[in-house]
Design a protein around this ligand. Sequence first.
Ligand code: GRF
Length: 203
Amino acid sequence: MKTVGVLISGRGSNLQALIDAQRAGTLGGAIAVVVSNVDGVPGLARARAARIPALCCPQAGRTREDHDRALVAVLREHDVDLVCLAGYMRLLSPVFLEAFSGRILNVHPSLLPAFPGRDAQRQAWEHGVKVSGATVHFVEAALDSGPIVLQEAVPVLDGDTPESLEARILEAEHRVYSRAISLYFSGSLRIAGRRVLGATPAG
Ligand code: GRF
C-alpha cells in the first residue's frame, strides 16, 4: 500500500477530503501520518478522529533547516511515499525538497500561475477575473511554481464576495486533490519539462 504524509497548519478541510477519499477507496493509498507546524489546530483533531497518527513538529527556536530535518525524520519513520501539503503555511527548505524530490504535491486556491502566494482567492476577486479555481502541482523551490498535475475551474459570479469565492474554490480543491494523488499512485503521470502528462484523457 502506498503511503501519504500530510503537512498542515490549520483547519484541515483538505486533509478531511483526503481522509474521506481514503475511506471511499479512491485515494489509491493510505495516510500514514499527519504533521502540523502549529499545535492544537483542528486538522490534528480530524486526523486523530480518523485514527491516523498526528503530531505537531514545532518550529519555535529552530532554523528552517533544523525544523525541516525533524519533519523529514518523522515522515521517514512512517515510510511515507508521497508528501501532500494541505494548507501548510510555511516554505520548505532545500533540505526537505531534496529529501522528497519529485514526491511533494500542493493544492493552491487559484488557477496557477495566476495569483500565487497568500490570499489567492481575494487576489482573484479584487482583480476581477471571471474564472478562478484550484490547482494541484508538484512542489519546487520557488513558491507555487512546480509542474501542474490537475486544475479545476470555478466561475466568479457578480454577487460573489471573497468569502463566497473562497468557499466555491475550496470545494474544487477537495475534489481535485484526491484525484491527483490517486493519479500519482497509479503511475500514469509523466513529467516532460514543465508539463505533467497522463493526468487528462489523451486528446
Ligand atoms: C486551502 O485553501 C489551501 O489551498 C490553502 O490554504 C487553505 C487550507 O485550508 N493553501 P484547509 O486547512 O485545508 O481547510
